[in-house]
Ligand binder design. Sequence first.
Ligand code: 2IT
Length: 447
Amino acid sequence: MANIVEKYIELAKKRNPGEPEFHQTVEEVLTSIEPVLEAHPEYIESGLIERLIEPERGISFRVVWTDDNGKTHVNRGYRYEFNSALGPYKGGLRFAPNVYPGIIKFLGFEQIFKNSLTGLPIGGGKGGADFDPNGKSDAEIMRFCQAFMTELYRHIGPNTDVPAGDLGVGAREIGYLFGQYKRIVNRYEGVLTGKGLSFGGLAGRTEATGYGIVFFAREMLKHCGEELKGKTVAISGFGNVTWGTAQKLNELGAKVVTISGPDGYIYDEDGVSGDKVDYLLELRASGKNICAPYAEKYPNAKFFPGKKPWEVKADLYIPCATQNEIHLEDAKTMVANGCKFLCEGSNMPTTNEAISYLMENGVIVGPSKAANAGGVACSCIEMGQNAGHTVFSPAQVYEQLETIMVNIHKHAAEACEKYGLGYNLVAGANIAGFEKVAEAMMAQGLV
Ligand code: 2IT
């Protein structure tokens, strides 16, 4: 079976040259599901894996907009509609200068299994543009979003493909994208999630990803006979996910000692709590140089320019910034510092070599596709709220979110157990996510 899996990994590399992020996730997922493929030869016979690694549809389009000085700019927009076996394509839009097909395909592929793990009826997709929102005026952001949607609208719909935010796409961008969609199609419908509360957005969606990550981490610790209370936690990033994560960690009695930005990281021995957590939102709005202003405002905090927080001694590490922020060298430092738990907040923050090293050295790893699924789960609840022409209360949302995260952990833990892999959540999440998609694909025939 190892040979067959190797063959598919090679196929993905050959068909998608120069896209290492996509190769990385295909390798991670396919290697994990080897035992399932052994138990189900019909999956191989029906070309299921070959179909799974090929997006159902990939759209690339020109986005033309003018800046405030009247200068014309041309960007490239994308939407990869990866898999619709479980429901309409669902996944965020990322606006960042490094966006190219390899990033969107990695995120879209991850999204298939993440969405499956939520237990909700959503397929996998992802999109974005190589547009840098940093330093742009509000009017420029609006014109870009309108130009982007002027092409995207024809490919999406509440029962077809429902985008949301990701890095560089927050409530403001979703608002502009929604306004343009509505203007073009002349229908008021839940075609995007992460909307503002005044026009169909879900209470709690902003903090949902971070809260979900902490619920997942709590379940990991509980499984190992430990609790979050009193634990020291090193986290990275400064955006919505970091904010929600820090908030919930504080609420559950853990101590957050780091945050990070493009300029380095902050070590705050007193804990990032109270108004310091709210201050993250202000930092986020500024978009750049996070640490220097934090250290200025809270002089007890230490600023380590150009460094990552993984050199800090902590009980639990939660990367919340972006992909591949933990490399093998970081993993070695973490193990040397006695790390026991890593819970991935951002999508694929750890390289495959780093994950292997951590697991070989007894670290429990909670993979992002399971741990950060609370965001997309709440997006699906927002779709339901819009389709039902109703409004859910924050309490209703939080209760569902917690139940979903507890179940994701349970199903991932059971899946690895079932295949004799012990408590291996990386394999368990891939297997549990895959099993449901595979069953649905088999039932729907060769499409
Ligand atoms: O990575 C993710 O799960 C997201 N950016 C959220 C996707 C969504 O559709 O809410």
